[in-house]
Design a protein around this ligand. Structure first.
Ligand code: UVW
Length: 268
């Protein structure tokens, strides 16, 4: 570690935790296997001669639960993955050898928060609200921030406040606010590296529509090779009005997986 970085750490680089706690019963997409956590061995089940004992537990989970990143292998269009890779042939022995989560480099990048809810003067945007390109541009201008190539852009709709309300967060009936195809196209033109949001499917979900159409996923994952991060906790960053920071994210190196739970940090 360089002296400058060591000094910064000692003198209080602050990190903001952008990840959700993983716990049984947390809201998650019905598209993905549920998070489950059990405790096969408790203290006292096996006691060593010296009186010591170890508890250990087990999780089973879909890779797209809690705060998570979508690998490019997560979505195909007409049988093709990003770069024209054949989705069928990219899967060998049940592993996406092409564009699996193991191909995502750890991220230490410039992060930008776009507080769309704050910009629009609302605590939480309405279910199904489309965050337009004009909203994104207006928000950047109001925050005095510009986007640069390679950025990680996090979009706050305020919907993350509903995480502890369970199914309300999933928004099957109400819809969920977020960007749509046009917003994704515009962000892709800014040549960003990844985009995230405080909602379950990153993009706008229409009321009553469930997860039946996800055009921003196609634009990012299939057409532009831009990663998507979902179910972020962006409340503290917004509260601090921290719009620029160092974004740190390391996916689990699961060979051939379509996604990974993550616990990203903003260093401010
Ligand atoms: C959803 O819940 C739709 O998330 P993902 O993009 O990980 O499938």
């Amino acid at each position: 570690m360089s002296d400058a970085l060591l000094d910064a750490v000692k003198n209080g680089i602050m990190s903001v935790d952008l990840g959700r706690q993983l716990r049984v019963g947390m809201p998650q997409s019905p598209n993905h296997p549920q998070f489950w956590h059990t405790l096969p061995r408790r203290h006292g089940d096996m006691v060593r001669a010296d009186g010591g004992s170890a508890a250990n537990d087990m999780i089973t989970t879909g890779t797209h639960v809690g705060t998570h990143i979508d690998a490019l292998a997560h979505v195909s269009q007409d049988g093709l993955l990003y770069g024209g890779a054949d989705a069928g042939q990219s899967c060998l022995g049940g592993k996406y050898v092409e564009h699996g989560v193991h191909t995502i480099e750890p991220m230490i990048r410039r992060g930008v928060l776009l507080d769309a809810a704050g910009f629009l003067g609302q605590e939480v945007l309405d279910g199904g609200y489309e965050i337009t390109v004009e909203d994104l541009q207006g928000c950047l201008a109001a925050q005095h921030v510009e986007l640069r190539e390679g950025d990680v852009v996090l979009i706050r709709s305020g919907w993350g406040r509903k995480f502890d309300e369970g199914t309300a967060y999933v928004g099957a009936e109400s819809g969920v606010p977020g960007i749509s195809e046009a917003g994704a196209q515009w962000l892709a033109e800014q040549r960003i590296h990844a985009a995230g949001a405080d909602s379950i499917a990153f993009e706008r979900l229409a009321p009553g529509g469930g997860h039946s159409a996800l055009p921003a996923h196609r634009v990012f994952l299939v057409e532009n090779g831009i990663y998507i991060i979902e179910a972020l906790d962006l409340e503290e960053l917004a509260r601090q009005r921290t719009f620029e920071f160092t974004f740190v994210l390391v996916p689990l190196n699961i060979y051939g997986a379509t996604g990974s739970p993550v616990r990203p940090l903003a260093l401010v």
